[in-house]
Design a protein around this ligand. Structure first.
Ligand code: PGA
Length: 258
């Protein structure tokens, strides 16, 4: 069992958009203006409330100040997609947790499989980044997931356990302000249209809850769409979604949330 002493329980379902390397300032502004209107209208129509849902937009660094400015009238949360662990110094091209705080970020995705695959991020690097994010009261959205070959070799449990144990090594949540979110994203389901079945996802989410703490929110990610989200969200250990492709369009992201 990993030593997570405290974690503020987040009963809200979390819907996080991962825009990846998409949208310029004009496109992001148009999206936010249309999105908040759509969400507002459809929640009124369906008389469903958004108070039990947390909406996070994780965008490119250049968009973060824009989202911060636009958010003065709205109520979504802002997330980055990566960060470096140091506060400042001679680290050309990197971005620090303080920079993220400066533009209103509350969340930061850490260890996304694309960072592991294309930028050589290891469990050890990810662990250092999570520690730094927590120290600065940013909420890490810590991503784990297996490849198709690993799943076919029946290694899913082993891979996820190692990623969780190494990624969260020596992590202690010591105050109620410190929170951690985990995202289970099977690599074979990311951007492929092949979503994990609700049973496959539930099984891994239950494992992660058993390895960590029942109070940690675990998001499912990987080809989440309006037509598969309900069944996934109905599983007892699935506490929200991390949405890539379907978060780029107002209509599909709104349908996933409402
Ligand atoms: P997808 O991406 O929804 O396009 O599969 C999810 C992610 O990579 O976070």
């Amino acid at each position: 069992m990993i030593n997570i002493k405290y974690n503020f329980f987040m009963p809200k379902k979390i819907f996080a958009a991962n825009w990846k390397m998409n949208k310029n300032i004009k496109e992001a502004t148009k999206f936010i203006n249309g999105f908040v209107e759509t969400i507002h209208e459809s929640s009124l129509q369906k008389s469903s409330t958004l108070t039990n849902k947390e909406i996070i937009i994780c965008a490119s660094f250049t968009l973060l100040p824009v989202l911060h400015e636009l958010n003065k009238n709205h109520n979504y949360k802002i997330g980055a997609q990566n960060m470096f662990h140091e506060e400042q110094g001679a680290y050309t091209g990197e971005i620090s947790p303080l920079h993220l705080k400066d533009v209103g970020c509350e969340y930061v995705i850490i260890g996304h499989s694309e960072r592991r695959q294309y930028f050589g991020e290891t469990n050890e690097i990810i662990n250092i980044k999570i520690q730094s994010a927590l120290k600065h009261n940013l909420i890490p959205i810590f991503c784990v997931g297996e490849t198709l070959a690993q799943r076919e070799n029946n290694e899913t449990k082993k891979i996820i356990t190692t990623q969780i144990q190494e990624g969260l090594k020596d992590i202690k949540l010591t105050t109620n302000d410190q929170r951690l979110v985990i995202a289970y994203e099977p690599i074979w389901a990311i951007g492929t249209g092949k979503v994990a079945t609700a049973e496959q996802a539930q099984e891994v989410h239950a494992l992660i809850h058993a390895l960590t703490n029942k109070n940690i929110s675990i998001l499912y990610g990987g080809s989440v769409k309006p037509d598969n989200v309900k069944e996934l969200m109905a599983q007892p250990d699935i506490n929200g979604a991390l949405v890539g492709g379907a978060s780029l369009e107002i209509e599909s992201f709104a349908k996933i949330i409402i």
